[in-house]
Write a protein that binds this ligand. Structure first.
Ligand SMILES: [Zn+2]
Length: 261
């Protein structure tokens, strides 16, 4: 017996009784999509279709054409982040030096962290802010400037130590690169970890809502950055922490900070 003939001429609802006849179901209202035909009557139930997230669009990079982000939206291992406008930021405490601007939600914790550091004779007066908010345009200069004008160097190599524009945690305003006045040669260098300031941050920064985004040996495959700390608040219900944690949720879920919160 031909299943199609049987279904159409006798009892249409039987189309739902067995997988073999499901593809030739009874007539459906014209507004519903037509079922796909089955190549054989013995076809099994199709596995559930898991929709893929929309693929990020290719991005132009350093005037060298278009680059396709990965299926998870990362570009050379870096997540995409929005650029917080400068008008939404506030100056970092003057005692940190420089002209850094940060997200206002983290200012209270940053001031408490600085006060605690200044209360410890081992690091009092030495903590500095080397870099805080970096707008996308500056990040573009930083990243693309590390690519040789003669075409030398690759994006992947550059991204080991610097995020592509549009993919830096610094754009959010929740991040500070710390340094120490006792060892300026260790700004943005691994040796910062061994300075008194670096050791103090590792032991204490989490108490003030800061975590190390790129710990040694991180699976995100970004260079170890013991100077780079992002603020997510000590608790999820800390005012402002929800927004910060939302931005960093993909990174925190897949590549936990260490020390982390
Ligand atoms: Zn940084």
């Amino acid at each position: 017996m031909q299943p199609e003939t049987f279904v159409r001429r006798s009892i249409p609802m039987l189309a739902c009784f067995a997988a073999a006849c499901a593809p030739v179901a009874a007539p459906v209202p014209s507004s519903a999509p037509a079922p796909a035909p089955s190549p054989t009557a013995s076809a099994t139930v199709a596995p559930p279709v898991v929709p893929l997230p929309p693929r990020a669009a290719p991005v132009a990079l350093c005037g060298r054409g278009m680059v396709q982000p990965g299926i998870d939206g990362r570009l050379f291992n870096h997540f995409r982040y929005p650029d917080t406008p400068a008008t939404a930021l506030v100056p970092a405490p003057a005692a940190l030096g420089g002209s850094c601007r940060v997200h206002p939600a983290m200012l209270g914790d940053l001031e408490r962290l600085l006060a605690a550091a200044n209360g410890d004779p081992a690091v009092a007066g030495t903590l500095r802010a080397v870099s805080c908010h970096r707008p996308e345009a500056l990040q573009r200069q930083t990243f693309c400037g590390g690519i040789g004008a003669d075409g030398s160097g690759s994006f992947a190599e550059r991204a080991w130590a610097s995020a592509p524009p549009g993919h830096s945690e610094h754009a959010t305003g929740y991040v500070i690169d710390f340094g120490t006045s006792t060892s300026r040669a260790c700004d943005a260098e691994a040796c910062f970890a061994a300075t008194p300031a670096g050791r103090w941050l590792r032991a204490n920064a989490a108490r003030f809502g800061f975590e190390m985004s790129f710990p040694a040996g991180n699976r995100q495959q970004v260079k170890w950055e013991p100077w780079h700390w992002r603020w997510v608040g000590t608790r999820a219900d800390t005012p402002g922490a929800g927004a910060a944690r939302s931005l960093f949720a993909p990174a925190r879920a897949r590549f936990p900070a260490d020390p982390g919160l």
